[in-house]
Write a protein that binds this ligand. Structure first.
Ligand SMILES: NC(=O)C1=CN([C@@H]2O[C@H](COP(=O)(O)OP(=O)(O)OC[C@H]3O[C@@H](n4cnc5c(N)ncnc54)[C@H](O)[C@@H]3O)[C@@H](O)[C@H]2O)C=CC1
Ligand SMILES: O=C(CO)COP(=O)(O)O
Length: 608
């Protein structure tokens, strides 16, 4: 018997691919029971022939709701997975969630590296696994419904604004920071308004309170600059102080404050042990030339009182007072408001310090004339640079002879009047026998651009100023003759050597000559045609007659050379450069012969 036939095995019916819409719907995560119900309805077949969309399906032409089922169910979003790709856009939205509808995590690729799905952030070096259109859109704002797609947390705008408002409220809150802020407070409110509109810059570091220094500045009333601690003053244009921030209150630097204290003190007794009284510090200037005018301006800027600028020509003084300018000697530089030009000797009577700024050869005569008008205890500050002809006397000796017992001081150093008048930085030395007097005077004359060092070596400071004028003529002659920069440098060095020898022989300190009045002034005058002495020598070098080489200007070196040489001989000091200049000026030696004589001198050790 044939074995009963087994009932034919029925092939399992092939699984029908679910309709596309159903697949898509399954992938979607319903957010609420209402949504799930809607989607269930949507899965039901449409009524045949009616062609009406199922309830809950998006209407044609309706704008898909952002982040909702309507958008996700749209045809653009619901793409089938790409072949060979472990998942596609939207698949990873619930990775590994037990019982979740999403796909399991992507399998590990060869080498243990996990394949990266197109919708994940890809580490550098991973293959590109998706087409650009399969990548999810970046969510714009608000909470993202798909955590795996969220690139990073976006702070809601409201949060940020709240922080900004809090910070700005703190800035504007009444209290020491805000009280009296005035414009600063208004600015803050404006910024707050701008910030709340999403405009305007963020505060630099809003967590930190504003810096206290700034706040203090804002609270400080604006005043005129007080470089020396005095009361507010009006400042002249061109004045050094005005140039350095007039109109703004700037706390003076420590040295300036110290100078103020020094200036406020009365000068110590003149000629200690000689019964002199204490002198006050009212400054007057004798000599209305370039240097006298520049120093008067500097003194006026450096202390409180009026500064009388005495001129021998009363008409010139009136003109200067009217025009507020010394048009002849220092054109273009306004006089400081507290400089009073005067031709009256009586106007010098109140001065405690009198700056003598006339040509060296006139000092004896001028001081002799004015002496009766001066206070007997007035400090005479010698600013002329020279040695008196005929007597071969230093300026301090001349002054001491004319005004015996008067306290003396000497001011010298590298300083073109035009530079000082323009407020360019300058440093000079002031020497007096008593250190306290020198310091007090230095304090009075110092300013933002004029730095006055003090010294006790009167002789050294005056020799530096007088001798450099003579030596600068030699340097000018070398340059005028076209002998080159090497020759000029050699001449400066050898000139300085003889200056030192001479100064030491006269009892001065070498250190003084190595400073401003000596090396400093020699370097300035030997290297610049702005120096009248250098210019005089330059013209000599070009063949000008010594009588005309000055060109109507004051060349103190030409008038001092003979006296310097005479003094050097008296002290047994060799000064070959000064000798040559004296002979050139006297017209007893030609320049070429002078140069040849210098070059033929016996060779010797440099320090001999
Ligand atoms: N101009 C400058 O850059 C500097 C000049 N000095 C020295 O200052 C002194 C004066 O020089 P500057 O003012 O430049 O000269 P300057 O030629 O500009 O003025 C000389 C002043 O002295 C007056 N004067 C001339 N003879 C007189 C007399 N017999 N009696 C009264 N007053 C007389 C003139 O009227 C003029 O006001 C000189 O010894 C010079 O070496 C010092 C440092 C810098
Ligand atoms: O003494 C001066 C600079 O320090 C002025 O130099 P002159 O007199 O050569 O112009």
């Amino acid at each position: 018997m044939p074995a009963p036939l087994a009932p034919p095995r029925r092939r399992a019916p092939a699984r029908r691919r679910p309709p596309r819409l159903a697949v898509l719907a399954r992938r979607l995560r319903p957010h609420s029971a209402r949504q799930r119900q809607r989607r269930a309805v949507a899965r039901e077949p449409r009524a045949p022939g009616l062609g009406q969309p199922a309830a809950g399906a998006p209407r044609r032409g309706a704008r898909p709701r952002r982040g909702g089922a309507g958008r996700d169910a749209g045809p653009r979003r619901a793409r089938p997975p790409l072949p060979g790709v472990a998942g596609a856009a939207g698949d990873a939205r619930r990775p590994g969630r037990p019982g979740g509808r999403g796909l399991p995590p992507a399998p590990l690729a060869a080498g243990g590296r996990r394949a990266v799905r197109g919708d994940e952030r890809r580490p550098v070096g991973d293959a590109v696994l998706s087409r650009p259109q399969d990548r999810p859109r970046e969510p714009r704002r608000g909470p993202c419904p798909r955590p795996a797609l969220r690139p990073r947390r976006v702070r809601p705008v409201g949060d940020r604004d709240a922080g900004g408002i809090l910070r700005l409220r703190r800035l504007l809150a009444p209290g020491p920071a805000a009280a009296g802020r005035g414009r600063a407070g208004r600015r803050g409110r404006d910024r707050l308004a701008a910030r709340s509109r999403g405009l305007g810059p963020r505060p630099r570091d809003a967590r930190r309170p504003p810096r206290p220094r700034r706040r203090l500045r804002a609270l400080r009333p604006r005043r005129g600059r007080r470089p020396h601690g005095g009361p507010q003053r009006r400042l002249a244009p061109g004045d050094g102080a005005a140039r350095h921030g007039a109109g703004r209150h700037v706390r003076p630097s420590r040295p300036v404050r110290e100078r103020s204290a020094a200036a406020a003190r009365p000068l110590p007794p003149a000629g200690a042990g000689r019964g002199r009284g204490v002198v006050t510090v009212t400054v007057a200037v004798v000599g209305g030339g370039a240097w006298g005018t520049a120093l008067a301006n500097a003194a006026a800027a450096g202390q409180e009182g009026e500064v009388v600028l005495w001129m021998r020509d009363a008409a010139a003084a009136r003109d200067a007072a009217r025009a507020r300018e010394n048009a002849r000697y220092l054109p273009g530089v306004p006089l400081h408001p507290r400089v009073r030009p005067s031709g009256e000797a009586g106007d010098l009577a109140g001065a405690g310090a009198v700056l003598l700024v006339v040509p060296a050869q006139t000092l004896r005569g001028v001081l002799g004339t004015l002496r009766p008008a001066l206070r007997p205890d007035a400090t005479l500050v010698i600013c002329a640079k020279g040695i008196e002809r005929g007597s071969d006397a230093f300026m301090t000796e001349v002054a001491a002879a004319v005004a015996p017992g008067a306290p003396l001081a000497v001011l010298s150093g590298p300083s073109f009047a035009a530079d000082v008048a323009r407020g360019l930085p300058t440093a000079v030395t002031l020497a007096a026998a008593e250190p306290a007097r020198a310091a007090a005077l230095a304090g009075i004359l110092s300013g933002p651009a004029l730095r006055v060092y003090h010294s006790g070596d009167l002789r050294g400071v005056e020799i530096g100023g007088a001798a450099k004028n003579v030596l600068a003529i030699a340097c000018g002659a070398v340059v005028g003759r076209g002998l080159g920069e090497s020759a000029r440098a050699a001449l400066v060095a050898r000139s300085f050597a003889e200056l030192m020898r001479f100064a030491r022989a006269c009892g001065a300190r070498s250190e003084t000559l190595m400073g401003l009045s000596g090396l400093g002034d020699l370097v300035l005058s030997a290297s610049s045609a702005q120096s009248r002495n250098f210019a005089f020598g330059e013209r000599l070098g070009r063949g000008a007659d010594p009588g005309e080489a000055a060109g109507g200007k004051l060349a103190e070196g030409a008038l001092t050379a003979a006296g310097l040489v005479a003094l050097a001989r008296r002290h047994g000091v060799e000064m070959p450069v000064a000798e040559a200049v004296a002979a050139l000026v006297a017209g007893t030696l030609r320049l070429d012969d002078a140069i040849a004589a210098l070059m033929r001198r016996p060779l010797r050790g440099e320090d001999e």
